[in-house]
Design a protein around this ligand. Structure first.
Ligand code: EPZ
Length: 417
């Protein structure tokens, strides 16, 4: 397993171009199952999760190509309607193949994805929606089997605005020649990006980005060409990196609108930000003010930037409070930050961070993708050297991270172990 070695203490100076969104690429890639025609998706980041999606689609029978951030999928033979455990366990977002396979073949058998470091991650909201569309659900040896004689449009109210459930149900509805309404739908930008791809395939969709999504599908969908939106979480990670280390940074090829809450919070912490059409320039605060955050479904503060924000607040003057409202176990980075000298107290879903003068380098371990990102920030800010183990977590969500960090002025190396 590779590790990163970071020599802390540099000031940030330079420019970083952000890659395409991982969390938009995944559902758009799985939507290619809805048609036998050729689909081409651009601006796809080169990540472990994209490779896992490539493997899952190839296993199902799609002819896939991926290179130079371009993913194409064609179809030569009848697809398999199952997603086996050895593939699903590598990436729980594989569950997004269920909606397309169910809608196209009226049958799908997939391994229950199981939990991950940050939480149990159930899929009950997905299954509830499929049931409303007419699917019969059964379980067999850790697999879910969905069968339907016919699928019909449905009025679905999600118990929680689940991103994955909204995406899975949108894709299934796109192939049902009827009207499906999804209430309490997720509003993340990735939902609107998927809606854009499904419209190009022929589905009629309105209300994406609002809590009430309406999808009028077609019995046949065509191939499409689509370029995914920039990764707002990668962009946010680099803005927080600069705020924590000092200096200035230009983060380019982004959609600033997707980062409104973070930009507001960074300004409250004393940073200066200039927002351009497709870039943001940040000047770090001379003295970091402690700022509280509370995560929530978009457009609230994103849970995927919570760990990075905690790393930032360890260096603030005063005490800040972080409330994590999305996942039940998303504070594992706190223990590793404390090993670097951070002063953090956890009480149920709240963390209280008392700013310290500085962090000191240590050997730490990434427990999940965004915790790994938080340790990258902390190591770059700390005095001395930090070694981060299990960086495969980071490789799942950040394309060429060490190259980009070096562009920003951080001294870091990858060691192959
Ligand atoms: C997506 O995960 C993202 N992943 C996550 O990003 C992100 O943290 C999350 O949305 C929230 O924004 C991808 O897009 C691939 P949810 P998803 O369904 O769809 C509960 C990253 O770091 N829930 O919105 O799995 C669930 O347990 C990753 O890039 C149910 O109870 O998230 C959680 O507490 C991490 N039943 C909450 O809802 C369900 O059927 C939000 O989950 C589904 C979800």
């Amino acid at each position: 397993m590779d590790s990163f070695t970071i020599k802390g203490g540099s000031k940030i100076q330079g420019e970083v171009r952000v890659s395409g969104s991982k969390n938009s690429s995944l559902p758009v890639l799985f939507s290619t199952v809805l048609t036998s025609e050729k689909c081409v998706i651009k601006n796809v980041p080169d990540l472990m999760d994209i490779k896992s999606t490539f493997d899952m689609l190839s296993y199902a029978g799609k002819n896939c190509f991926f290179g130079f951030n371009l993913f194409s999928a064609g179809e030569g033979k009848k697809l398999k309607t199952e997603a086996p455990y050895e593939l699903v366990r590598k990436m729980r977002a594989s569950v997004l193949i269920a909606g397309p396979l169910l809608a196209r073949f009226h049958h799908v058998k997939f391994a229950l994805p199981g939990g991950c470091a940050i939480g149990v991650r159930p899929i009950d909201i997905h299954l509830e929606g499929f049931k409303k569309m007419g699917a019969k659900i059964s379980y067999e040896e850790g697999n879910v089997i969905l069968k339907a004689d016919r699928l019909k449009g449905a009025r679905i109210k999600l118990a929680f605005p689940s991103v994955g459930a909204t995406e899975n149900l949108m894709m299934a509805a796109a192939l049902i020649d009827d009207l499906t309404e999804i209430r309490n739908a997720a509003r993340e930008p990735e939902i609107s990006d998927l809606a854009g791809a499904l419209r190009k395939m022929g589905a009629e969709i309105e209300g994406d980005g609002t809590p009430v999504l309406k999808v009028r599908g077609k019995t046949r969908l065509r191939g499409f060409e689509h370029s995914v939106i920039p990764d707002r979480i990668e962009a946010g990670t680099f803005l927080i990196l600069c705020a924590a280390l000092g200096g200035s940074l230009k983060v380019t090829e982004i959609v600033p609108e997707h980062l409104k809450v973070l930009i507001k919070k960074l300004k409250e912490s004393g940073a200066q930000l200039y927002v351009g059409r497709d870039y943001v320039e940040i000047k770090a605060p001379a003295r970091i003010k402690s700022v509280n955050i509370s995560t929530g479904p978009y457009p609230a503060f994103p849970t995927d930037l919570q760990a990075q924000w905690m790393a930032y607040m360890t260096l603030a003057s005063g005490t800040s409070r972080i409330q994590e409202n999305i996942f039940e176990n998303r504070f594992m980075h706190a223990a590793e930050l404390m090993r670097m000298g951070a002063d953090i107290k956890i009480k149920r879903n709240c963390a209280f961070i008392k700013g310290v003068k500085g962090l000191s380098g240590a050997t730490v371990m990434a427990s999940d993708l965004r915790a790994g990102a938080a340790l990258l920030l902390a190591g770059a800010a700390a005095s001395g050297k930090t070694r981060i183990r299990r960086v495969y977590h980071i490789d799942r969500g950040y394309d060429r991270i060490e190259e980009k960090m070096r562009c920003a002025g951080v001294k870091m190396e990858r060691a192959k172990e």
